[in-house]
Design a binder for this molecule. Structure first.
Ligand SMILES: Nc1ncnc2c1ncn2[C@@H]1O[C@H](COP(=O)(O)OP(=O)(O)OP(=O)(O)O)[C@@H](O)[C@H]1O
Ligand SMILES: [Mg+2]
Length: 438
């Protein structure tokens, strides 16, 4: 059977051929496509196979009656939205109400009053048309909203990333500039002292030799000179002078090392990868954190235990990598100090604050850096959130909740590595950084 899909379709289910014919003619001449069935089951089948826009349903039929047919139509998702109008010869109000309760949209009483029946049918078809349009518009709107939301979410993520990048660059360049500035300023006077010290120690050695020679040649220089020698403790002075110079040398060497570390650390502004000795990066970072590690009046120094393995140089952004080490180590110090809270100096000493830094080959293509502390550790809940933007458990002013987010971005996105954490509340924390060698 061919149907004209432009016309609205009305399915009439009635066991009375006279009624069927009447409705068929009336609806057909009003421009509707009319399908007819003579019992409930056939009506349901027809409605499923070729869904009409409206169903006119007789109440009293052999087999299943109109109510049962309506119930079945309602249960099937493919037919439940088709409006049903009951046709009933009964003037009984209970039946009408029952029909409406079952989901029918209206009823027509028999014998039909032609105009009234048509008007009702037209009204419901119109409602159906409008609600279909509305549904379609709603769906289109929902699609648009979904698309926009997805776009916005994307943009928001991009923005967050950019913001982080900006903060990170800002942090880096501020630290970098400051540090390299200081290193540079220290370098000149240190060079000057170191050069002069060399000369001075040679001159002092000559002077000492000269005095010794004097003493040998003139063992009795007279009371005035002997008195002066005693006054200034000449013997001790001659012995101590070379040692003083030696310790000054050591001091200057230390300052020079610090300055080198500072400059290593601050090679941050380099925006391309370089081949880096990870240990050098760790050392310079530790040097900068020295002031936080040393002993305080409430606790002994935090010990750094280094288990450096044999690892090759790694291609990376050194300044950024140092920043990762800095963030992880600073967190470790915070955690150790938090664990110390409420404990006496003696108790803390017993438990020995420490941070273990271990480097090793993870496999032939990757190195691993493990930084473990014996601080207070994390609960499961905190552990899940540590890499979240702005997540912090520290008081305002102490933590911003950016350290690990930045570290994660640097390691994972910039270097294609991984950053993992192992931690248990009360037992300390270990961060594992893995980096591809090339
Ligand atoms: N070693 C650690 N031991 C215990 N908790 C830690 C450790 N490292 C990080 N955390 C937890 O993860 C949170 C987030 O760390 P993150 O470094 O991102 O921010 P923050 O240290 O709070 O602030 P900042 O931006 O100054 O670094 C911390 O507030 C802390 O609760
Ligand atoms: Mg931090």
């Amino acid at each position: 059977m061919l149907f004209n899909s432009d016309r609205e379709i009305v399915l009439v289910v009635d066991d009375n051929p006279t009624n069927l014919e009447l409705l068929y003619n009336a609806l057909g001449s009003s421009g509707y496509e009319v399908l007819v069935e003579m019992d409930g089951f056939s009506g349901i089948e027809q409605a499923k196979n070729y869904p009409p826009d409206l169903i006119l349903l007789d109440v009293q039929m052999p087999g299943i009656d109109g109510f049962e047919t309506c119930r079945k139509l309602q249960l099937d998702p493919s037919t439940k939205n088709i409006p049903v109008i009951f046709m009933t010869a009964l003037t009984d109000t209970t039946d009408k109400v029952k029909g409406l309760h079952l989901g029918a949209v209206d009823y027509i009483t028999k014998p039909f009053r032609h105009e009234e029946a048509l008007a009702r049918i037209q009204t419901h078809l119109k409602i159906r048309r409008l609600s279909l349009e509305l549904e379609q518009q709603k769906q289109e709107l929902e699609e648009i909203v979904q698309k926009r939301t997805a776009e916005l979410t994307c943009t928001l993520q991009e923005l967050k990333k950019t913001q982080l990048q900006l903060i990170q660059n800002e942090k880096l360049s501020t630290i970098g500039q400051l540090v390299s500035g200081i290193a540079h300023e220290i370098n000149n006077p240190v060079g000057c002292i170191s050069g002069n010290l060399e000369q001075a120690s040679l001159a002092v050695k000559d002077a000492v030799d000269y005095i010794r020679l004097y003493q040998a040649k003139f063992p009795n220089p007279g009371i005035e000179i002997e008195q002066k020698a005693e006054e200034i403790d000449l013997e001790y002075l001659l012995e101590d002078l070379p040692k003083m110079f030696l310790s000054m040398h050591t001091g200057i060497d230390r300052i020079r090392n610090i300055s080198t570390s500072l400059r290593t650390f601050s090679r941050a502004d380099v925006d391309y990868k370089v081949s880096v000795d990870i240990h050098e990066g760790l050392e310079s970072t530790l040097m900068i954190l020295q002031h936080r590690l040393k002993a305080q009046n409430y606790r002994p120094a935090i010990q750094i235990i280094k288990n450096y393995g044999e690892i090759p140089k790694v291609e990376c952004y050194l300044g950024q990598l140092n920043q990762v080490f800095m963030n992880i180590l600073a967190n470790a110090i915070d955690a150790v100090e938090e664990a110390n809270l409420g404990h006496t100096y003696e108790a803390i000493k017993e438990n020995s604050n420490h941070i273990i830094i271990q480097t090793e080959m993870k496999d032939e293509h990757q190195v691993a850096v493990r930084i473990a502390d014996n601080g207070m550790g994390m609960t499961k809940d905190i552990k899940q959130r540590i890499f979240d933007h702005l997540f912090t458990t520290k008081p305002v002013g102490k933590g911003t909740g950016l350290g690990l987010t930045i570290a994660h971005q640097i390691i994972v996105e910039k270097h294609g590595g991984t950053l993992e954490v192992n931690s248990e509340w009360g037992r300390g924390t270990e961060f594992v950084v893995t980096l591809p060698i090339v």
